[in-house]
Design a protein around this ligand. Structure first.
Ligand code: XLS
Ligand code: CA
Ligand code: CA
Length: 446
């Protein structure tokens, strides 16, 4: 992936391969921290972070919001009929991936190919674009992190896709999931995502939640069985989000989805794709939802972005907060990495950011923020007293009666007897400030 891919037309002229220039560079189009081949422990930065660019925000979304249309004029959108525009967009996307130097991308069926109500036309459009994408993947070495189907934009899905109260819509949703799974397998995708944007309700009065959730599990089971039957060996991912567009979404957060997967026997094939801004929407921190997923053995992949503390809604901003990236990488490193998942920038430049180079700068900032998060988390875990302090806090369970309790060898009456014998427990400080200061100290260190 050293030579940028340029199709029939160059869509980002004047911008070449983004170089690594180090911390003292002021060049906005250079990496300051992300040095793909730099070793952190036993893996390179590229191997740890497995960055992906998302197709929808970066090449489809021109900046519209509920109050106004897009503000960016994409040259690939000027290419005539829908199929020609989709081909031009594909060229622009691969030019961007290779100039930025990311190893992966992610897409929804109808980001890449024109949608159509006619099923045959929809399937042919997607097959055509997938064949072209496959050629570009082979030419550039860029790979597919995950594919997915958009089951939330078309008006037919207004009451849900696989949880729709109308069976005809559930069956229609299967058309897209089948096609997107076929596409993912054809492109060697390492994961397949379900984000249930309309799987939830606007009003509980007219909703049989129990029935809808049973249908949801049935549909996911069918998708898994179909995927495995066509040779998909990757990981199925559910992406939690508590609300927006619906008032309530069934895949509320990590804990909810973990319980759902276990209840329906899906936890061997499915893991979670945790998006930062969705975790904060559900009232948690990003790090919290990652940790819950990881503790269940279900942290599969990450959608890297951030929300806005003042607004609260899903603003999908590029991640720049180093506390967030250190927190995320602590969870990732402790579980031994993310592969075959990765870090997908499900983030969009602001509506007011209208230059082509803004898209590069946004990704450079996100990649540098996660690279620094990786460096600091790795140092905290391997060269600081952090883990030792944490382990020490639980040391009373490592031997004696504490260990017997943890191993299930004591009853409540035994604890009572021990408490009577030991008297009032001595207070043990949690030392929160000590951890916070250590984190800052390592953030400042070169
Ligand atoms: C929307 C979701 C969506 C999924 C893929 O909020 O983040 O983009 O990642 O369908
Ligand atoms: Ca997402
Ligand atoms: Ca989002």
């Amino acid at each position: 992936m050293t030579i940028p891919y340029i199709g029939a037309q160059e869509y980002f002229p004047g911008i070449g391969r983004i170089p690594f220039e180090g911390r003292d560079s002021d060049n906005p189009l250079a990496f300051k921290v992300y040095d793909a081949n730099k070793k952190i422990g036993d893996k390179t930065m590229a191997e740890h972070l497995r960055f992906a660019v998302c197709y929808w925000h970066s090449f489809c979304n021109a900046g519209h919001d509920p109050f106004g249309p897009g503000t960016r004029n994409y040259p690939w959108d000027a290419a005539g009929v829908p199929l020609a525009r989709a081909e031009a967009k594909l060229d622009a996307a691969f030019e961007f991936f290779t100039k930025l130097g990311v190893p992966y991308y992610c897409f929804h069926d109808i980001d890449m190919a024109p949608d159509a109500d006619d099923i045959g036309e929809y399937e042919n459009n997607l097959k055509h674009l997938v064949a072209l994408a496959k050629q570009r993947q082979q030419a550039t070495g860029v790979k597919l992190l995950w594919g997915t189907a958009n089951l939330f934009s078309h008006p037919r899905y207004m009451n849900g896709a696989s949880t729709n109260p109308d069976f005809a819509v559930v069956a229609r949703a299967a058309v897209q999931v089948k096609a997107a799974l076929d596409a993912t397998v054809e492109l060697g995708g390492e994961n397949y995502v379900f984000w249930g944007g309309r799987e939830g309700y606007a009003c509980l009065h007219n909703t049989d939640m129990k029935r809808e959730l049973e249908h949801f599990a049935r549909f996911l089971t069918m998708a898994r069985d179909y995927g495995r039957s066509i040779g998909f060996n990757g990981v199925f991912l559910i992406e939690p989000k508590p609300m927006e567009p619906m008032k309530h979404q069934y895949d509320f957060d990590s804990a909810t989805v973990a319980g759902f997967l276990q209840k329906h026997g899906l936890d061997r094939d499915f893991k979670l794709n945790i998006e930062a801004n969705h975790a904060t929407l559900s009232g948690h921190t990003f790090e919290h939802d990652l940790q819950v997923a990881s503790d269940h053995g279900l942290l599969g992949s990450i959608d890297a972005n951030r929300g806005n503390a003042q607004n609260g809604w899903d603003t999908d901003q590029f991640p720049t907060d180093l506390y967030d990236t250190v927190g995320a990488m602590l969870v990732v490193l402790r579980q031994g990495g993310l592969a075959p998942g990765g870090l997908n920038f499900d983030a969009k430049v602001r509506r007011e950011s209208t230059d082509a180079q803004d898209l590069f700068m946004a990704h450079i900032g996100g990649m540098d923020a996660f690279a620094r998060g990786l460096e600091v988390a790795h140092a905290l875990l391997n060269a600081s007293p952090w883990e030792q302090w944490r382990a020490q806090r639980y040391a009373s369970f490592d031997s004696g009666a504490g260990q017997d309790f943890a191993n299930g060898q004591l009853g409540l009456a035994d604890l009572h007897a021990l408490a009577v014998k030991s008297g009032e427990p001595v207070k043990l400080s949690g030392h929160q400030e000590q951890y916070e200061n250590l984190l800052n100290q390592y953030l400042l260190r070169r």
